[in-house]
Design a protein around this ligand. Sequence first.
Ligand SMILES: C[S@@+](CC[C@H](N)C(=O)[O-])C[C@H]1O[C@@H](n2cnc3c(N)ncnc32)[C@H](O)[C@@H]1O
Length: 263
Amino acid sequence: MNIIFKDLFNKEPKEIIDDVYYYGSENAGDQFSEEEIREQYETIFDRVFKNGRQIYPEAFNEIAKKVVMLNLPYMEIACGPGFGITPFIKNLNPNIPSLITDACPYIVKYWNEYVKKNNCKGYMNFASFDNTNMPLKDNSIDVVTSFLGIGSTRINGDDDMKCLKELYRVLKKDGYVFTIESELEDYEMIDSIFKSANRCNYYHNPKVIGTLKERIEKAGFAIVETYNVGRYVTNAEDSEIAALAISQGKEFAWITNAYIFKK
Ligand SMILES: C[S@@+](CC[C@H](N)C(=O)[O-])C[C@H]1O[C@@H](n2cnc3c(N)ncnc32)[C@H](O)[C@@H]1O
């Protein structure tokens, strides 16, 4: 672990294996098995690392350019198998120090293995921890990046605020968050799909908890910039609820926005 990041942790990891810090968060994130991640390692890691995501590539590149211009160490949260904004950042400047994180230990294990094997580790460091309980000191991080990291944080509290509150705590004063996030286009319609299928709706109502922009501001951040990135209409294969929407003749869409905000 690069000294830049080593000094920012506020507690010892449960385990350090191959320089990756593990904080015992295997039950917090998406509970992928090691086999699932190994399969993705063999199928998508290389493509994602070299070309980045193929969904909204211009938006990812725009965000990456802004991160690179700051030229500060950054932390990618909930990197997932897609590696978030990092492929685009590394493509522009491979030497920016980064701390890449996800609650799922196998994701960081295999990304660490991938970058080592492909001689592109450079200044990349890896840790596995929960976004709602980050083992980091207050006011310690300059920049946070993510793709869907805030929206896909599991067990994020009834008001979906836990991750945002942690980000506010660990970010330095004047520190930045750059994230691309998706929100339901029409909550009421999704609710009606769940109701007519006699299923429990697991999405939170933005009229009750606030839109993501409202929650970012509620956490104490100032929005610097936000813009629409695209609209995605789900396919039946995307999820059970997407298949139900189609069977009910309804269109289930996600609206994706880029958010840049500051402490
Ligand atoms: C849909 S992916 C996010 C997309 C990802 N950034 C990408 O580029 O593919 C969701 C990720 O969030 C992680 N995650 C979910 N809850 C988390 C939490 N509480 N703390 C940290 N990571 C979490 C999951 O393990 C998973 O890898």
